[in-house]
Design a protein around this ligand. Sequence first.
Ligand code: HEC
Length: 249
Amino acid sequence: MRFVMVAAGVCLGLCAGVWAQGKPAADAAASRIWQGVYTAAQADRGKAAYTSNCLRCHGGDLLGVTAPSLTGERFMASWSGEHVGRLYEKIRDTMPPNFGSVIDNAAKLDVVAYILQANGFPAGTSDLGVDPAALATMHILRRGEQPRVQNFALVQTIGCLTRATDNSWRLTRTVEPVTAREDAPDAAALAAAAGAPLGAQTFVLLSAKPFNPEAQVGRKVVARGLVYRDGADARLTLTALQAVGGCSP
Ligand code: HEC
C-alpha cells in the first residue's frame, strides 16, 4: 500500500498510461521490432517519398550528405533505445526543415518504414500505422537487446547497500534493472541473485526504512521497487530489500 501511495505522488497521473499498459506490454516490447512492423510495399513507397523529399540532404542509400546518415552506426548511435514513435515524430514535426514542402504524414510514415528496412529490421505483414501506443512498443534495438525499463515500472535489481554521507540510502554497483511481476522476490529469485554479478550503476533508495536497512548495510541485496531515471538522477522506491550475500570488492 505504501509504495502505491508514493508512486501515485510521484506520478501525478503522468504514468497512468504506464500502469494501463502494464508489464506484459513491456515484456512484449523486447522483440516487437524484430517481428516485422512494416511491409516491404510500404518501404518501397517510403523509398520513393525519400528520394523526392529527403535524399538531397540525407543522401542516396541514407548515407548522409549535408544532413546526418540515417543508417548504420550513426543511426543506432542516435536512436538505439528510442521507440519508433519518436523517430516518426522527429520526421513528422521537423523534416524536411524548410517550409512549403509537400509531403504528408502518411508518406512520412512510409519513409520511417524505409529507414527501418535500410537498418536491417525485417518486414512483416501489416503496414506501420500512426497509433502512438503501438509505435511506443517498437524499440529500436539490435537483435536480442532488451529495452530499458520505463519509468515507474516495477523492477528488480541487485547491488550493494550503502549509506551516503547525507544519511540517505544508496544502492551502488547496481545491475541494470529488469521488469518484475511481484513486489518481493521469491526463493528462486533470491537464489539466482545470490550468484549473479554486480554492476556499475547507483540508485538512491526511497522508502528504505521499513526494510531495516541498518541491518543490511554493506551487503549484496536484491531490491525491488518502482524505478525512476532522468539523466544522472536514478531512484528506486522500494517494495522489497533483502540481503543475499556479501559485497566484497
Ligand atoms: C534541407 C535539408 C534536409 C532535408 C530535405 C531533410 N532533412 Fe532531415 N535533417 C537535416 C539536418 C540538417 C538534420 C540534423 C539536425 C536535426 O536533427 O534537426 C536532419 C536530421 C534528421 C533526422 C535525425 C537524424 C539523427 O539521427 O539525429 C532524421 C531522422 C531526419 N532528418 C529525417 C529526414 C527525412 C525522413 C526527410 C525527408 C522527409 C528529411 N530528413 C529531409 C536536413 C534535412
